[in-house]
Design a protein around this ligand. Structure first.
Ligand SMILES: Nc1ncnc2c1ncn2[C@@H]1O[C@H](COP(=O)(O)OP(=O)(O)OP(=O)(O)O)[C@@H](O)[C@H]1O
Ligand SMILES: [Mg+2]
Length: 314
């Protein structure tokens, strides 16, 4: 029986670098399916929320509500991602569109377009690619510290509009498998490259920080990682002079706990605080390392959460 307690929220006291605007909006992307976008979007959002940050998870995989169904809801809003993008609901009352999960501080905009009507609608709208970016500027979103946006694993206008909503960086999720990294460099980087003309209109494309998911430390995994590191360091990818790709130091291990987390509706850090494994960190330590790397200005808050988890206080 998994013993997951609800953490008491507390207000973070962040020391922020100059120039950071709120909310920080982070798309989770990869044009290939099954790399772990929804799983890690949910886990990152859960960790941030338990650390006291006001967090909104947007399920931008508009036709497949995986991230929407990770956590039980305390309040289910009547509308979701479809109405946000079609501007068919007033944002003045956030309860119209923002659901609340059972995790304090973690809110959700659900995916609710099972028949994939959004793709064509956004393609045909003159402002389609900028619609999400503009909608998220509404005052109803200004009190969030972080907005995490999950995306669908394919090349489409929907991925483009999610990428264009990023405030500084996106997380690109890849398994350490050679065909998957090639697909990332072709597909995801290709989508970024197709958006470059927008920079002439003052729209800056985000840096893409690559997160290796499902690392099993086999020699093939390590070989793939070495080869990807070489490609990134020597900037041997398309449009390398204009697009910034980097590799996160934190790697997410291939562990059953990540599947268990989804199955039992809990973020992984609540399920595994420490581990006797030598080869990888515990789930809580992994999420701590990842969030510290993504948002270094909240390291104090993240470490406070990890320490209390390890002490069994949470
Ligand atoms: N680190 C991990 N260890 C073990 N299993 C994992 C890990 N990360 C993800 N998984 C599992 O991999 C499967 C695919 O993950 P997920 O649904 O998050 O991928 P996705 O990129 O969102 O896929 P899609 O593009 O179809 O939306 C799920 O069954 C998930 O539980
Ligand atoms: Mg998904």
């Amino acid at each position: 029986m998994i013993n997951a307690t609800v953490l008491a929220p507390y207000a973070p006291t962040p020391s922020l670098p100059r120039g950071v605007c709120f909310p920080i909006i982070v798309p989770i992307i990869s044009t290939k399916g099954g790399e772990g976008k929804s799983t890690q979007a949910g886990n990152i959002a859960g960790f941030l929320a338990d650390a006291g940050l006001k967090t909104l998870l947007i399920d931008g995989d508009h036709s497949q509500p995986t991230a929407s169904s990770m956590y039980a809801l305390d309040y289910e809003a009547p509308c979701g991602f479809y109405e946000l993008l079609t501007q068919s609901v007033s944002l003045e009352d956030p309860d119209n569109i923002i659901s609340r999960t059972f995790i304090p501080n973690l809110h959700l905009i659900v995916s609710n377009d099972p028949n994939d009507r959004l793709t064509l609608t956004m393609l045909q709208a003159p402002d389609g690619r900028l619609r999400l970016r503009n909608q998220l500027k509404h005052a109803s979103f200004s009190h969030y510290d972080v907005i995490i946006i999950d995306s669908k694993g394919c090349v489409s206008v929907m991925l483009e509009l999610i990428l264009l909503a990023a405030s500084q960086f996106a997380i690109g999720v890849i398994k350490p498998i050679m065909p998957d990294t090639r697909e990332f460099l072709r597909g995801t980087v290709g989508v970024m490259a197709s958006l470059l003309p927008l920079e002439a209109y003052g729209i800056k494309l985000p840096e893409v920080c690559i997160l290796i998911n499902c690392m099993d430390n086999t020699s093939l995994d390590r070989q793939t990682l070495d080869s990807l590191t070489h490609i990134l360091n020597s900037r041997q990818y398309s449009h390398a002079d204009q697009l910034n790709l980097s590799l996160l130091k934190t790697k997410i291990p291939l562990l059953e706990i990540f599947e268990a987390g989804h199955a039992c509706g809990q973020p992984v850090h609540r399920l595994e605080h420490s581990t006797p494994r030598k080869i990888s960190l515990s789930a809580a330590e992994t999420m701590h390392a990842l969030t510290c790397e993504m948002f270094p200005h909240w390291t104090v808050e993240f470490t406070r959460l990890l320490v209390s988890l390890k002490a069994g206080k949470q």
